[in-house]
Design a protein. Structure first.
Length: 80
């Protein structure tokens, strides 16, 4: 079985189920808690965007995942 690791928190996702307990967004795999936390982070920014623009929203999500991933990689480097 294919193992999936969340790109935002680095945790392995057990019994990965697309759009169930993890989400594939662009090139990233994100677990459900991380997706929720990213959505919470983006929500206040989204309120200022009328009308809603899905591509723009997607872009914000991807940027936030990339930021978390960079931080994650930095942390790993520091531990070595
Ligand atoms: Zn995660």
């Amino acid at each position: 079985m294919k193992k999936i690791t969340c790109d935002a928190c680095g945790q392995e996702i057990e019994n990965p189920l697309p759009d169930g307990n993890y989400f594939h967004i662009e090139d990233w795999d994100v677990c459900e808690p991380c997706k929720e936390s990213i959505e919470l982070e983006i929500r206040p920014i989204m309120r200022g965007k009328v009308p809603f623009d899905y591509d723009w929203y997607r872009d914000l999500m991807v940027k936030s995942i990339a930021q978390r991933n960079a931080k994650l990689k930095g942390d790993v480097k520091r531990l070595r």
